[in-house]
Design a binder for this molecule. Sequence first.
Ligand code: F6P
Length: 512
Amino acid sequence: MTLTRDEAWNKLALHTDPTLEDLFSEDSDRVEKFAKRLELTTGLAGGDADCGILFDWSKTHLTEDLLTDFEALAEAAGFDDMREKMFAGEMVNPTEGRAAEHTALRGVGLDTSVEEADALRERMKLLTTALHEGAFGEIKHLIHVGIGGSALGPALAVDALARDLPVVDVHVVSNIDGVALEEAFAACDPATTFVAVASKTFTTIETMTNAQSVLKWLADSGVDDPTGRVIALTAAPEKAVEWGVDETRILPFAESVGGRYSLWSSIGFPIAVAVGWDDFQAMLDGAARVDAHFRDANGRENLPLRAAFADLFYSRIKGAQTRAVFAYDERLRLLPDYLQQLEMESNGKSVTVDGHPAGPTAPITWGGVGTDAQHAVFQLLHQGTHLIPVDFIASVEAGDTLDAAHHTILLMNCFAQGAALMAGKHSDDPHRNYPGNRPSATILCDDLDAMTFGALVAFHEHRTFANAVLMDINPFDQFGVELGKEIANKIEKGGERFDASTEALLKAAGLG
Ligand code: F6P
């Protein structure tokens, strides 16, 4: 019998609460059932042999009965249909009247969109190769200006993948605070610096102001034709032309690619420049592998969907208001920032697709790196009063070449935290008591190469989409960011009065 959404949610809420300890003692096959591997190499060029990712949800409260009831929710929510629509390039973002075609950038989607993306990527490859081969003179540095989705993905990928001897030294600058740009200037030689201006709309005030300041810095440093050093990465090429960029140095991407899903498009130019084309392509291939899995696997076998089941169990059924992500890998130190935009800008909504109240939506995403975070915030995870589902992310292969002790200690600590959160430890002294029964999932990569990195990011994109479909919200718009921008514009223009507090602040800063 097919349930309605409400009936499916009500059924989920009726589940009893076995402890994690009970779940393990009742089922000796629990790990086998709740830890699943995704192989990444099958049929794809560019990856290392036998590379994959293990997703272990055994230390969460998911049970087979819960999975069955979540599958009923997915059916009630029309999940299969929505997924098909997304891959078919249909309009899945109704408030903006757009498709969401980031998977086409990886080769999975509507044929015409994939062909268009391939052609644009070829153009990007030519420009990247030209830059590497010296067609623009000797280029050692790239300053990439962009913000939000036009910066977070590139910053994360460059930080993760271009650690040893980057082909070109890339600096991603997003903040309008000039301190950020000055830091980049201090690290770059203007004579050998190129500039990427990344903005889907090519109107964002922070990016355009930063771009102007980079041009001024180049001009002040004696560079003859500063605009000749600029490459524009945008879905609004006509605006880049107006701004003064030569058409041959504009790398466009499709309007149907959302900002926070755009690192696979020309917005990823700095990634290709830093890591080289082959690794950029491997990153896309890893994402394509996850796309194929997400498109073809059903119900609980679909790993991003299963992750969404766990997310929603805690956020909707158990009332968790946050979820934490700890990367036990220094190369992924920017991942929590990236996921904050992906998850909170996508699913931080209050209304359903039809505009009705949505109930609790995205929890607050936060996190950090292990082991640092253990000595800072883990106290609260172990003994605090909040329910916080945690994801641990690590790689079996080390990112460093030092004594193996470093990586061994890193991994042992990662696994120890999950074990401690689950088991707890009883003490008659309440201050020394660890309640335990605290959930965590572990995502363990064989190796954090470019392909695995792409897969990891794509997994989170699809997990976010799956959460949205089950909650009946549109993950692809972001109207919540507009009001602040509007008021900032009004303040800049002048002539308007604001609330007394804002007026007083403007006055105190000499702006009123
Ligand atoms: O303010 C939010 C936002 O619109 C993001 O969604 C986007 O990634 C970012 O601003 C930057 O926009 P653009 O790429 O158009 O400069």
